[in-house]
Design a protein around this ligand. Structure first.
Ligand code: TYM
Length: 288
């Protein structure tokens, strides 16, 4: 599938949305609540461009099997549609099929100070304990900036961990404008009020992540897990021995479960707190 040509002037048009996911592994509840759910909810009021960012998945080459990457790219595109994206409304494509992404990334590389990339928290987290670090990992956010800026994007619906990358995208665009004149639309990150950072079920102080989910069965709920596996993961989620289920006072694990339950049910937090008050974690896990 090809991408829509960025319009020279978009005055009066619906806001354009761009976002993407890496096909590194199966999608999990964090990907859904942080990003996909927003994409689907806003699709009829916006112009939508959603990408499967396979080139970003190459930045940790040790973890890549080329045949698997192709299969996973298709699977992630299928998950977008299965989650409710309407192909009549949304353009869905694979990043590597549109060579302008890497071309734009090169142009942006040339105006991006190295120090800006070294400061990225995701770069620091991903390189921790790694003996060999590819240049692509450092450059990851510049390719992401290219993805976003190519399409005159107004809004980037993402989880909380991507806000810094979208802010960097704006900084790169502003620097480009300073050197060569105005070209790009300055995008803003849009994060959900609840579910922007879903935590690991087995370690509620760390973000739910695809790579950890591959190693530890109880870490995440994957979107394709059968109901019994999901039930087991939720029922064995780490909480505490307290009976406190009020969000403000609860432990990280209980907060995480309350958040998941709240976003999936669409009910106010006060209702949920009242329902499980004094019953402790067991009641909360079976509701969630
Ligand atoms: P990826 O594949 O790591 O994550 C995809 C989306 O899922 C969100 N997310 C979460 N949200 C809430 N809780 C979590 N535990 C959680 N884990 C992941 C991420 O914030 C993201 O929105 N760098 C991007 C991919 C990308 C991109 C882009 C995004 C490349 N180019 C351009 C937007 C625009 C990423 O982290 O993908």
């Amino acid at each position: 599938m090809t991408h829509p040509d960025p319009a020279p002037s978009r005055a009066g048009a619906r806001p354009r949305v761009f976002s993407g996911m890496q096909p590194t592994s199966d999608l999990h509840l964090g990907n859904y609540l942080g990003a996909l759910k927003q994409w689907v909810a806003g699709q009829h009021e916006r112009e939508n461009v959603f990408c499967v960012v396979d080139l970003h998945a190459l930045t940790i080459p040790e973890a890549i099997d080329p045949a698997q990457l192709r299969a996973r790219s298709r699977a992630v595109a299928a998950m977008y549609l299965a989650s409710g994206l309407d192909p009549e409304t949304a353009t869905v494509f694979v990043q590597s099929h549109v060579p302008e992404h890497t071309e734009a990334a090169w142009l942006l590389n040339c105006v991006t100070p190295l120090g800006w990339l070294h400061r990225m928290t995701q770069f620091k987290a991903k390189t921790e304990g790694r003996a060999s670090i590819g240049t692509g990992l450092l450059d990851y956010p510049v390719l992401q900036a290219a993805d976003i800026l190519l399409y005159d994007t107004d809004e980037v619906p993402v989880g909380e961990d991507q806000v810094q990358h979208v802010e960097l995208t704006r900084d790169i665009a502003v620097r480009f404008h300073h050197l060569f004149g105005d070209v790009f639309v300055l995008p803003k990150a849009v994060v959900p009020t609840s579910g922007a950072r879903v935590m690991g079920l087995d370690e509620p102080t760390a973000k739910m992540s695809k790579s950890i989910a591959d190693e530890r069965p109880g870490h995440a709920v994957r979107l394709l897990d059968p109901p019994n596996v999901i039930r087991k993961a939720i029922m064995s989620a780490v909480t505490d021995s307290e009976r406190e289920t009020r969000f403000e006072h609860a432990s990280p694990g209980v907060r995480n479960l309350l958040t998941i339950w709240q976003v999936l049910s669409g009910r106010p937090m006060t209702d949920l707190e009242a329902e499980v008050e004094g019953k402790g974690y067991g009641a909360l896990a079976s509701e969630a």
